[in-house]
Design a protein around this ligand. Structure first.
Ligand code: OAD
Length: 247
């Protein structure tokens, strides 16, 4: 792909690069996205029923099993060239913040260091009452399993619809968006708040915003640079164009 020289210069000169990723970056690791009508998880399940406190109260077993299915898919998945290119980008950037809406943990498994998981992590479990992280529990075959301390149901440590995002990662993400020189928005439909506002915050404070997505989003018309295509192809090429062979 031919990249604009201005974009390459902006990347090289930035003292802080911030990146927001969504489900699209993990699509090439065979993890379905949420909103692409035929393949997305949301085509098969109603997210309001599954990914919400109300849904969990109504049918905790169904919700636990849906997440168990997603966990097993993530366990089998591997980080792809898009995740790996962001590891390389972090090594070249002076300051680098990787903000992700993904709960699959693939950025951390790929080797990214400064990662803010805005929506939690599928592989972690917490008590639905006490909100404490729980790593071990008795397997008495009840689904969901119960908290060893208080006996309430355990739940995945992810953010559900209607729930607040974790305060510190959100504060750090907002600070990164409002102080970076370059902001990349990668593989996200840019519609779920508050994450969807981050690239707009970056735009308004004067950062160069680059979108990487095969499809247009509400952000597309406002950004300086649009890279249409798969993150796993574009990002390695971009890192190579900005910083040279081998990323
Ligand atoms: P979506 O499923 O809404 O959007 C995925 C985006 O990835 C779309 O814009 C696709 O065009 C794009 N895409 C697909 N394949 C791609 C590829 N190979 N490379 C680059 N982009 C690609 O997923 P999110 O924007 O992440 O929240 O959704 C945001 C949040 O909505 C999720 O974190 C989840 C959901 O509700 C919670 O569960 C709280």
């Amino acid at each position: 792909m031919d990249f604009s020289p201005a974009m390459i210069t902006a990347l090289r000169q930035a003292s802080h690069i911030a990146v927001l990723t969504g489900a699209g970056i993990s699509a090439e690791s065979q993890i379905p996205t949420f909103r692409e009508s035929h393949t997305g998880l949301y085509a098969k399940y109603n997210p309001q029923e599954l990914a919400s406190p109300e849904g969990f109260r109504k049918d905790p077993k169904l919700v636990w099993e849906w997440y168990a299915w997603r966990r097993s898919m993530v366990t089998k998945a591997e980080p792809n060239p898009g995740h790996k290119a962001l590891v390389d980008m972090e090594k070249h950037a002076k300051n680098f913040t990787l903000i992700t809406q993904n709960v699959d943990g693939l950025h951390i498994r790929a080797g990214s260091k400064n990662v803010l998981e805005l929506h939690g992590n599928l592989m972690k479990t917490r008590c639905s009452q006490e909100n404490t992280l729980v790593t071990e529990w008795e397997d008495d075959k009840t689904i969901p399993p119960k908290c060893p301390t208080c006996g309430a149901f355990l739940r995945p440590d992810v953010v559900w619809f209607g729930e607040k995002l974790p305060t510190i990662p959100l504060q750090k993400a907002t600070l990164a968006a409002t102080s970076c020189q370059v902001f990349l928005s990668i593989g996200t439909s840019t519609i779920v708040e508050p994450a969807a506002s981050l690239p707009f915050l970056a735009l308004h404070q004067g950062a160069d915003v680059i979108e990487v997505n095969p499809e247009p989003t509400p952000l597309s018309k406002q950004v300086a640079f649009t890279l249409r295509g798969a993150a796993g192809i574009i990002l390695p090429e971009l890192v190579q164009a900005a910083w040279g062979l081998g990323g």
